[in-house]
Ligand binder design. Structure first.
Ligand code: MOS
Length: 744
């Protein structure tokens, strides 16, 4: 029989792949309800001030224009009430679209033109003229550093790291010292699909909102609060998401404005954002980290002092975990970290793939490389020498840490032992060859999640949970998990995601979906299987052999062996014998599921070791990344093919972080000026080498019910540093600013 008995762990191609490449997969801007209006947003060209007058007469003359919604004529809703709190946002006073005439940032929406056609809406939007009273603003990160602050505990979701020892004294006493300011430029997510919302009004007046989001239930909760709508009359859908990288964790203004307009005009509405509009609303904060490392001559770390600053808006405190990672990952008796945010008159910076760690791990791993060289130690040997088997910051045991194995396997695969230590010593003709490495660390999180499994009369298994597949392969791994738990061939499984009406699932992010939704699907399938066999056992019509303990469900068929030979029963027959049209089970996966109390008293992380080869043109200074090897320890890998794709995608992003991506602020107007793909550089195919991804065998039955840690973000962590460290090895020149550009 040609049945894959263990679908989990197989390199299965995406089950949603054909729908995506043939255009059958529907994205947020694609539903087209009859009578739909197109909304185009007009944005403020100034960063701070107040709207004096809105001149919309000319815009209203454009044929097809139905309404121009501004703060002056928008309907009043709960969002505009004083007590309103944005549950999805970060601490602070959330910005409220079209609240009043005050301008807080360049790119702030000041009007939405609603018209019968997109063309009319766009033309009219260009004719809306707004007079502003201009106030002084600051959008310069360097200037904002003078106002850096730490929000009070009650206004922050940030937990400061726990210091240990006396880091300042230990630093002063250290024989080897490395100290420097490291900098990361702001970056933009730029998913292929831009933010968009289509609001459909159902026959009974309820709203179905298609939104580009990572969390349909989170957007449902946001809209219910913002518009005082009952959740029962507000369904949010996002069955397909064209990439997000964190840009869809919060509700973006298009979803509020589209739903508000639909409510006001009682017509379906679609609002899509343009690429330049995306640049004003979602970006990884600019960061500086002042790092001081002290070590003894033998390469033992004695002190780590990390001080970080990132930007935020004037109205919200966006804080990331940028300074904690080294304190967790390295054994070092004296360590301290401090973190502040610097306010600017821009929109609030946001989570972007591995928020905090992409910044903090990469910048720290560049400093660690400097320290290894200062101790004249091989960078890999230095890391092994200072390896911590526990969470060194919390002094807590870990559920697992196969970083040592990742380092060993990555090094072997890369050929690290053939590296010669001195910078510039591995030349090939006019090219300088550099080999660098770094380690990565990211959270391995798990959140309570529910899922439903339903067996239909057609013999198909239907899986449902409100997870989102943001391009990560969630549909596929959940089908594999269901196949294994239930005993069903993959092609007889349907997975339904991206709908707020489905069983509760957290927003997709933080690399926790595979562990969380996977566990829920696993439990629901086991429960359904048990239910089916119990029903049959109690049924008068079922053959007696199904009552045996030895009955199995495999390949979508019930089997057993009796004294007369093998017997089997199809699932549709089993259902009819039990007297059911369909059978379903819903289960919730929670931490501590396997009775492991220790789970909450252990720290949980994913680790990686990244190795990189660069070739630098000795005369021109141009850099080519020619090899990347990433050895990842992420617990159980559900699907090596889609998991490796996640790591590769993140390594491409990290190559951009190391060499290309940089959003440049025009401080005079307070707006990122390179807000398009011509001027915001990202790696192209020619910039990306062959990338090898290895998954280290890591068994961990405490981290999450299935032993899964998640792989969406770990590929970012360490990769940019490995590239920077390889450039040093090639050239002997240290760069402390990312991206690294010739001459910078
Ligand atoms: Mo990710 S930044 O948690 O979507």
């Amino acid at each position: 029989m040609n049945v894959i008995s263990t679908p989990v762990g197989q390199s299965v191609s995406r089950i949603d792949g054909i729908a995506k490449v043939t255009g059958q997969a529907k994205y947020a801007a694609e539903p087209h309800p009859p009578g739909m209006l197109y909304g185009v947003v007009v944005n403020s060209p100034i960063a701070r001030g107040r709207i004096d007058t809105v001149h919309d007469a000319a815009a209203r003359q454009v044929p097809g224009v139905v309404e121009i919604m501004t703060h002056l004529n928008r309907p009043h809703t709960a969002l505009f009430e004083k007590a309103y709190m944005d549950g999805l946002g970060v601490p602070g006073a959330p910005y409220r679209p079209l609240h009043d005439g005050e301008i807080h940032f360049n790119g702030q929406p000041v009007a939405v033109v609603l018209a019968e056609t997109f063309e009319a809406a766009r033309e009219a939007a260009m004719l809306v003229r707004v007079d502003y009273e201009r106030w002084p603003h600051n959008a310069d990160f360097k200037v904002s550093l003078h106002q850096k602050y730490m929000p009070s505990k009650t206004r922050s979701n940030y937990v400061p790291p726990r210091p240990r020892g006396d880091a300042a004294r230990a630093y002063a006493l250290s024989t080897v010292q490395v100290e420097g300011r490291y900098h990361l430029a702001p970056e933009h997510h730029n998913p292929m699909e831009m933010h968009a919302t289509t609001v459909i009004i159902e026959d009974d007046g309820a709203f179905t909102v298609w939104d580009k989001t990572q969390g349909p239930q989170a957007v449902q909760a946001y809209l219910a609060g913002a518009l005082a709508l009952s959740k029962a009359r507000l369904r949010v859908r996002n069955p397909y998401v064209g990439g997000a990288f964190g840009s869809g964790l919060r509700a973006v203004y298009n979803v509020f404005l589209a739903t508000l307009a639909a409510k006001m005009l009682k017509r379906p509405v679609r609002v899509t954002l343009t690429r330049p509009q995306m640049f004003t609303h979602v970006f990884r904060p600019e960061a500086i980290m002042d790092i001081a490392l002290g070590a003894s001559r033998d390469g033992t770390l004695q002190s780590m002092i990390v001080e970080g600053v990132t930007d935020t808006s004037r109205f919200e405190h966006n804080m990331e975990n940028i300074v904690i990672w080294g304190l967790i990952n390295y054994r070092c008796p004296n360590a301290t970290a401090d973190y502040k945010v610097a306010p600017r008159d821009t929109y609030t910076s946001s989570d972007m793939r591995a928020p905090g760690a992409a910044t903090g791990v990469n910048l720290l791993e560049m400093a660690i490389d400097e320290m290894a060289y200062a101790c004249t130690m091989d960078p890999l040997a230095f890391r092994l020498h200072n390896y911590s088997d526990t969470d060194a910051m919390h002094d807590m045991p870990l559920t697992s840490k196969a970083l040592r194995e990742a380092m060993a396997q990555g090094a072997r695969h890369f050929g690290w032992q053939r590296r010669s230590m001195p910078p510039g010593s591995m030349r090939d003709g006019r090219e300088l060859i550099g080999w660098g490495m770094a380690t990565g660390i990211w959270d391995a999180m798990f959140s309570p999640t529910s899922a439903r499994a339903r067996l239909g009369q057609d013999g198909r298994l239907h899986i449902a949970t409100a997870a989102s597949d943001i391009g990560t392969g969630t549909y596929t791994i959940l089908a594999q998990t269901a196949a294994e738990a239930f005993g069903m061939p993959l092609d007889r499984i349907d997975v339904e995601l991206g709908d707020s009406t489905l069983p509760q699932c957290p927003t997709e992010g933080g690399s926790w979906t595979a562990a969380s939704a996977g566990a829920a699907v696993w439990l629901a399938c086991l429960s359904l299987r048990r239910k089916l066999i119990d029903m049959l056992a109690r049924s008068k019509n079922a053959p007696p052999w199904v009552k045996q303990d030895t009955v199995t469900l495999e390949g979508g068929i019930l089997h057993d062996v009796t004294e007369n030979g093998p017997v089997s029963l199809s699932l549709p027959d089993a259902l009819s014998l039990a007297g059911y049209d369909a059978l379903e089970a819903e289960e919730t996966a929670k931490p501590g599921l396997r009775g492991k109390i220790s789970q909450m008293r252990k720290a949980r992380f994913t680790h990686s070791a990244v190795f990189c080869e660069v070739r630098v043109d000795a005369e021109l200074g141009t850099v080519r990344v020619t090899r990347l090897v990433n050895a990842v320890a992420a617990g159980r890998i559900l699907n090596p093919k889609t998991a490796a794709s996640q790591i590769r995608g993140a390594m491409v992003m990290a190559t951009g972080m190391a060499l290309h991506e940089e959003s440049l602020m025009d401080e005079r107007v307070g707006r990122f000026m390179n807000h398009n793909f011509a001027e915001y550089h990202i790696p192209t195919h020619a910039d990306i080498p062959d990338m090898d991804v290895l998954f280290v065998n890591e068994h961990d039955d405490e981290v999450s019910p299935l032993g899964v840690k998640g792989v969406g973000e770990i590929g970012m962590c360490g990769t940019a540093a490995a590239i920077a460290n390889a450039i040093f090895h090639a050239t002997g020149r240290r760069h402390r600013n990312l991206p690294i550009t010739p001459g910078a």
